[in-house]
Write a protein that binds this ligand. Structure first.
Ligand SMILES: [Zn+2]
Length: 242
């Protein structure tokens, strides 16, 4: 969707004109390092870290939600390359120690976690969100909590109705036939920034970048594996973010 269409759609969904200017897409002035989590961006947040524009929009959204008794809490926000690599190595070791082949271990990791250098959390635009105003389950990031009688159902309903007005979109939707990462009803992206970042990211050669990194299990990250990962895990997302 181009900017004009987006604004038209936003206006049609009843958004007050007052908040439209902040939704204008930014030019992606992001360095190669920042796109792969190796930069040093200026980040904002109390107990979490995101870029200024995303933080300002998030604050407005959080305050609006509070009026409806929903307390949006950030579970995860900016992660740099090293952080993502620690997750990768922990899961790779755990999966292989449980007897999975390296190939199967990697397949299991990429149900919910990215290969370091390919996470949208590297951009400072994406966050995992829950509602702090309800009794918390043991493992908060589980799809079942966001549907049926789950504890975050009211949060999900509120976000479905309101989050786009503040620029926040679900990335890994439950659209039938979507491939790549599984449904993540908690992962939101601040589109006015991340839309341009994804365009910039697509201009990089991800395969060449990953070859230089010598990640744990790198010998199993074959060309055909990475082609599929790129098509499904990076690009098979909410079409509104493409
Ligand atoms: Zn996430």
């Amino acid at each position: 969707m181009n900017r004009k269409d987006f604004i038209k759609a936003a206006a049609l969904s009843g958004i007050a004109m007052g908040i439209l200017p902040q939704l204008a897409f930014q030019n992606a002035e992001l360095s190669y390092e920042e796109l792969i989590g190796k930069g040093n961006p200026t980040l904002y947040g109390n107990g979490f870290q995101i870029r200024k524009e995303a933080f300002d929009a998030f604050t407005k959204m959080k305050n609006a939600a509070l009026e409806d008794h929903i307390s949006i809490q950030v579970v995860s926000s900016y992660r740099n390359f090293d952080h993502q690599n620690r997750i990768w190595e922990r899961k790779y070791k755990s999966n292989t120690q449980q007897g999975l082949s390296p190939e199967k271990a990697i397949q299991k990791i990429i149900e919910y976690s990215t290969i370091p250098g390919t996470s949208r959390h590297h951009w400072g635009t994406d966050m995992d969100l829950i509602d702090a105003n309800v009794a918390q389950p043991k493992s908060v990031l589980s799809p079942g909590h966001f549907e049926g009688k789950g504890c975050y159902v009211n949060f999900k309903k509120w976000m479905d109705k309101n989050s786009k007005a503040y620029g926040f979109y679900l990335v890994y939707t439950d659209l039938p036939n979507r491939k790549g990462f599984k449904y993540e009803p908690w992962h939101y992206s601040y589109k006015p920034l991340s839309y341009g970042y994804l365009q910039a990211y697509r201009k990089l050669n991800m395969k060449d970048i990953l070859k230089k990194e010598s990640l744990l299990g790198h010998q199993y990250l074959t060309t055909s594996f990475l082609d599929k990962y790129y098509a499904e895990n990076i690009l098979d997302i909410n079409p509104e973010l493409l």
